[in-house]
Design a protein around this ligand. Structure first.
Ligand SMILES: Cc1cc2nc3c(=O)[nH]c(=O)nc-3n(C[C@H](O)[C@H](O)[C@H](O)COP(=O)(O)OP(=O)(O)OC[C@H]3O[C@@H](n4cnc5c(N)ncnc54)[C@H](O)[C@@H]3O)c2cc1C
Ligand code: SF4
Length: 512
């Protein structure tokens, strides 16, 4: 009897171990000759106190997936356990299994943890179907380059999968329409409402379990679980995830591009797709989403800047950051280019209380749903971490715990690389550091803030301003060597010494 262990982020209808077995033995025989295991282990909380919404999403989606497999005739054991290794060992011996099959985990630490297990039976790996590019194909693409760039990788992906192509040329004659996007929000900008779902009985049971776990931790005098568990509206089945995709196409695809970088108070989602939780869990496959977006967009006459824009995120950025995660190797997560070491402020753990309107708004939204959109993550949260010199490993771990779609493969390159430049420029050509001026231009938060976005020093100066110039001054020797920083470094030089001293004193006072 073969055992197939399906991990919590491998909830794919085309799971390669099941497909291979069906192909080999036929549908009926495959179902008779294997048992499937899903392990819901609370041991994950020992290493990381995850946001409650994330725990509910993953465990509820796993329970629904188990049910769907059972209805399709598979023999499924969905076990709640305190430790993965014990749950797995007990299951193998109880059913007298002769071989274990697992799909390659997307995350290196989990792969290593499985490798370390002493299993009584042979283990067979199946290649992952969570990404289009295998690690080997990505390595073959990356090998010849001295400096990797997403744009070149993305173009290769467009050619390789024939997406938005006319023969050998990109549809519309251009690869990238980004310059048509990135508009500042006009007054009163409001996006369409996203699709949410009422929790069913399974989800309600998981919410109760998560709240109980949190209460148990608190009662034992330990840190509880961050975030609110309710209201919970994420999709927990493939059918619901497909409905989210269709709802995105019907309401937000056409408008995806222009306000991609906008940040508006009371508008946490704008035209963003809200697809990452489902892509990262395996409920949706990347190619099916890309093909459906292309087909629907062309049919609807979606502006190319919007259609190309969203496809670039999935075919470009998602594949690229995953490919780089494996390409950069095991040492990457420990990088700390700027030697940043400040501990995380308490308001990050509390998800509020910084007194900065931009930060508190984003944290409030994060607390409610586990979600913030890309620019909120990059230009508010990570930007603060970068210019304030917060410990990059601690901040990466924080993102991993707090975000509904956070996994190690996506954390390292996005937070450590793109957000914090802790890799010294392996991913981004310059640090994404910005002052309050950027947040004021691209968002509406400053209007309700106790700080002044135009002021650089003094008690009411925007902390992003003071920290930004302090960051540039702190690292001026290294940053001067980066040609893409030349302009801002010139601006830094023009600040009179006395004023720079006042700005830096404001930054120091802010950090306490
Ligand atoms: C500091 C920081 C932290 C991030 N943390 C995560 C995370 O925990 N999980 C995660 O999936 N993404 C993360 N991202 C990437 C990106 O911000 C999210 O994928 C996106 O905001 C998810 O929301 P959405 O589905 O509405 O995306 P949209 O903006 O609508 O984009 C559509 C899809 O493109 C993909 N995508 C876009 N950009 C990226 C990217 N840079 N890397 C990977 N995929 C991308 C996602 O699958 C997303 O669903 C992070 C980015 C930064 C800068
Ligand atoms: S003034 Fe500064 S701290 Fe306040 S919302 Fe604007 S950017 Fe954020």
């Amino acid at each position: 009897m073969i055992g197939i262990w399906i991990l919590g982020d491998q909830l794919s209808p085309d799971h390669p171990a099941l497909s291979a077995l069906e192909q080999q033995l036929g549908a009926g025989q495959a179902r008779r000759q294997c048992r499937i295991l899903l392990l819901e282990s609370s041991s994950v909380l020992a290493a990381r106190r995850y946001h409650r919404q994330k725990l509910v999403l993953v465990w509820s989606a796993m329970r629904h997936f188990s049910e769907e497999l059972r209805q399709a005739g598979w023999r499924v054991d969905h076990l709640e356990t305190d430790r993965f290794s014990e749950g797995l060992a007990g299951w193998i011996s109880h059913h007298g299994l002769t071989e274990l099959q697992v799909m390659e985990p997307a995350e290196r630490p989990f792969r290593r943890a499985i490798e370390r297990l002493t299993l009584p039976i042979p283990l067979q790996w199946h290649p992952s179907n969570a990404f289009l590019w295998s690690r080997e194909d990505f390595a073959a693409w990356a090998q010849p380059y001295k400096q990797l760039r997403m744009e070149l990788f993305y173009r290769e992906g467009r050619r390789r999968y024939g997406v938005l192509m006319e023969g050998d040329t990109p549809l519309g004659g251009q690869w990238n329409y980004d310059q048509d996007n990135r508009k500042a929000p006009p007054k009163g900008l409001a996006g369409p409402q996203p699709q949410w779902f009422e929790p069913d009985g399974i989800t309600e049971a998981v919410i109760a379990k998560v709240d109980q776990l949190a209460a148990g931790l608190e009662a034992a005098g330990e840190a509880g679980l961050p975030g609110s568990s309710q209201p919970f509206g994420w999709a927990v089945t493939r059918q619901q995830a497909l409905a989210v995709l269709e709802h995105f196409i019907a309401t937000r695809l056409d408008g995806f591009g222009p306000y991609q970088d906008a940040m508006v108070t009371g508008q946490p989602t704008l035209w963003h797709a809200l697809l990452s939780p489902y892509l990262n869990l395996g409920l949706l496959g990347p190619l099916e989403v890309i093909r459906r977006l292309e087909e629907a967009g062309l049919e609807r006459g979606t502006p190319l800047a919007s259609l190309e824009g969203v496809i670039r995120q999935i075919l470009g950025w998602r594949e690229y950051t995953h490919g780089l995660y494996w390409w950069f190797g095991e040492e990457y997560p420990a990088r700390n280019h700027f030697g940043a070491a400040r501990p995380l402020p308490a308001w990050l753990e509390q998800l509020g209380g910084s007194e900065m309107a931009c930060v508190d708004t984003v944290l409030g939204e994060l607390k409610a749903t586990g979600y913030a959109h890309h620019i909120q993550r990059l230009m508010v949260l990570a930007n603060y971490g970068l210019i304030a010199g917060l410990d990059p490993q601690a901040l990466t771990a924080w993102f991993h715990r707090m975000f509904i779609d956070g996994y190690d493969w996506v954390m390292q390159t996005n937070v450590l690389g793109m957000g914090l430049f802790a890799d010294g420029g392996l991913l981004a050509s310059k640090p994404y550091a910005a002052s309050g001026n950027y947040i004021n231009r691209m968002g509406t938060y400053c209007k309700g803030c106790r700080y002044n976005p135009k002021q650089r020093s003094g008690e009411t100066a925007c902390p992003f301003n003071a920290l930004y110039w302090d960051f540039l001054a702190r690292h001026s020797d290294g940053l001067r060597r980066n040609p893409r920083m030349a302009l801002v470094m010139k601006q830094l030089e023009k600040i009179p010494a006395e004023e720079l001293a006042a700005i830096r004193a404001t930054a120091t006072a802010h950090m306490g």
